[in-house]
Design a protein around this ligand. Structure first.
Ligand code: HEM
Length: 185
């Protein structure tokens, strides 16, 4: 087996972890919005935190292995450049919009479970929108990986993925029924 094949294998395995981590995060923020009881709150906030620890390093592995593969392929290829930038944007969205919020939820939950402020944080639409947008962008990059198109087509592909992500993110701002929240004695 060549080194290139081994790094490509690591690259693809890294992407499995990225998809897995984002899937777990989607699941966790979805359940947190539904007004969990105390045990569920602990479970799902833990899962949301674990998910980002899971796919954060995986993004790094994908980036470095992708960088190695790109250096071996050579040339100034549009799909590589756009994927590279998009991966950074994905990481940045997670860092700016999700990580802080999940940390704040864990802190609020440990201090005073089921305060009004905590309920608002659990229902924060940005949590759902962020994971949907990032997942759409990852699928966009996956499409670039297999199509290997030029710069213009790559930009159109990512713009399309971002638009789809935003389209699926918008329902997160739908008003949730208040009776969904459970109380804990
Ligand atoms: C989460 C984002 C990413 C996913 C899901 C992904 C997925 C994949 C997949 C499935 C392949 C195998 C495709 C094939 O052999 O036809 C691949 C190959 C490759 N990826 Fe990525 N990748 C991602 C990010 C990146 C980034 C950011 C870069 C550049 C820094 C990159 C550079 C490459 C290169 C150069 C190849 C080798 C293509 C070849 O050998 O023909 N990837 N990627």
């Amino acid at each position: 087996m060549t080194l290139y094949a081994l790094i490509l294998f690591i690259h693809v395995v890294g992407t499995f972890f990225v998809f897995g981590g984002m899937g777990l995060e989607w699941l966790a923020v979805g359940y947190l919005r539904r007004g969990p009881d105390r045990a569920e709150l602990e479970r799902w906030t833990h899962l949301a935190a674990v998910a980002s620890r899971f796919y954060g390093p995986a993004l790094g592995v994908v980036l470095f292995s992708g960088g190695y593969l790109a250096s071996k392929l050579g040339g100034n290829q549009g799909w590589i450049l756009v994927s590279f930038v998009t991966l950074f944007v994905i990481g940045l969205i997670g860092l700016l919009f999700t990580s802080r919020r999940v940390r704040a939820i864990r802190k609020a939950a440990s201090e005073n479970a089921f305060s009004g402020a905590l309920q608002n944080r659990l229902r924060d639409p940005v949590l759902v929108a962020s994971v949907r947008l990032r997942l759409a962008l990852v699928f966009g990059v996956l499409l670039l990986m297999v199509s290997k198109v030029n710069l213009t087509s790559s930009l159109i592909t990512i713009a399309g993925a971002a638009s789809l992500g935003l389209f699926f993110a918008l329902p997160a701002w739908r008003r949730l029924p208040v009776h969904g929240a459970k109380t804990v004695s």
